[in-house]
Design a protein around this ligand. Structure first.
Ligand code: COA
Length: 376
């Protein structure tokens, strides 16, 4: 038995996959052969979902049929009993806990649940992708004592989410910005939450259990939680003029600056470049340029001092904040996008399944005799 002597499985290749390639040296992210730089500029989130699940870009006819089902009210709507369940939760329940609980509960309402055929699994993936935004927006309203807003089938997933959150149609710029943010978060190879989803799927459990596992893994601050901490930092800094002193002090105290550095990308995270431009444009249009300006200053100071570059979480914080999204929804939003990647990986795992069951190198006590309790 060989031993992989790497804490956290760093750089260990555990399986092949056709879905996503991260070129850490060149700073490129590829979904099914397409560069995320091209997808961010030319594609839509719905098309990327199709690409991740089916492995190819859709024809116009395929896209229209797919889009229609994904955006139908019947696909997006939450069962009334699930909304009742949400209303019964304490108002202080965090949105990530609500998402984890709600997704787990949704399996009880899925008509395909006992069917494990690929067609049924795709229908479940479709419902999860369509319903998770409704769930996040519904909780945001319920916890503030407001009634949830029904989905609008005339709006794409990004615009509909903002509509269900705020009760009015977003501007074209806000909707487009959010759509691109969803594209940029859609998949990222074998990250912790995706791996958790695959481990669960590989036991031949079910799609809902796999996505619930993934949400649990994403919830941790070492994975999905960094964007919320970036926002806390921007609020703490407060003004661009304070950025230099803040960064200086953070380095002196050996404090990690959230939203910088990446295990895989050595020459910068390509997603951050798009989010940086979006943060600037959106901030200007919304009359709130200060969040981009503070971010820019911190970026320049950190890069000058330690050659560290921003990752996906850094500029997404100011983007979401200017869109009016509360800080504790930043990680649920990550899940709203990443669910298409998780489910693509579950489909891939099931297509060629083998139970994922590694071994541990035992370092505990040598075999010893049992001592009855009255003689210890
Ligand atoms: N702020 C300050 N210093 C940082 C840093 C950060 N965000 N990220 C890395 N470094 C420094 C480390 O202190 C270390 O410096 P040293 O060699 O002088 O000791 C060096 O860069 C390498 O760091 P290391 O922790 O070995 O890199 P890693 O590959 O294990 O870490 C992250 C990757 C993402 C965990 C790390 O960069 C980090 O904690 N970033 C902040 C959290 C974050 O944004 N997470 C979201 C990731 S998408």
């Amino acid at each position: 038995m060989s031993t992989v002597n790497k804490a956290g499985l760093e750089d260990v290749v555990v399986s092949t996959s056709d879905i996503c390639f991260i070129d850490g040296r060149e700073g490129r992210l590829i979904y099914r052969g397409y560069d995320v730089d091209d997808l961010a500029v030319q594609s839509t989130f719905e098309e990327v979902v199709y690409l991740l699940w089916y492995g190819a870009l859709p024809t116009k006819k395929e896209y229209d049929a797919f889009y229609k089902t994904l955006s139908a009210t019947a696909t997006r709507r939450l069962p009334p009993k699930l909304v009742a369940l949400l209303r019964g939760l304490p108002k202080k329940t965090t949105p990530m806990e609500v998402l984890r609980t709600g997704v787990s509960a949704l399996s009880a309402f899925d008509p395909d649940d006992p069917d494990n055929s690929r067609e049924a699994e795709i229908r479940k993936a479709m419902r999860l992708t369509a319903q998770m935004p409704t769930l996040v927006a519904a909780w945001e309203r319920i916890r503030r004592g407001k009634a949830p807003i029904a989905p609008n089938p005339k709006l794409n997933l990004a615009a509909n989410f903002l509509y269900m959150m705020f009760g009015k149609k977003p501007t074209d710029l806000a909707a487009k910005t959010f759509d691109v943010a969803l594209i940029l978060h859609a998949d990222h190879e074998f990250n912790a939450s995706t791996f958790a989803a695959r481990v669960t799927a590989a036991t031949l459990s079910d799609m809902y259990s796999a996505v619930t596992s993934a949400i649990g893994a994403l919830k941790g601050p070492l994975h999905g939680g960094a964007n919320e901490q970036v926002m806390a930092m921007l609020e703490e800094v407060g003004k661009p003029e304070r950025a230099a002193a803040f960064v200086e002090e953070a380095f002196q105290k050996k404090r990690r600056i959230m939203g910088f550095g990446h295990r895989v990308y050595q020459r910068g995270d390509p997603r951050a470049r798009h989010l940086m431009r979006m943060s600037e444009r959106l901030g200007q249009a919304a009359g709130a340029p200060e969040w981009y300006q503070i971010s820019q200053k911190i970026h320049a100071e950190v890069q000058a001092r330690k050659q560290l570059l921003p990752n996906v979480d850094f500029y997404s914080a100011s983007v979401y904040h200017v869109l009016g999204i509360p800080r504790d929804l930043f990680t649920p939003i990550f899940a709203v996008s990443r669910v298409c990647g998780w489910t693509a990986h579950v489909l891939e795992q099931l297509a060629n399944n083998r139970l994922i069951r590694p071994r541990a190198e035992y370092r505990g006590p040598a075999p010893r005799g049992y001592v009855p309790i009255d003689r210890r």
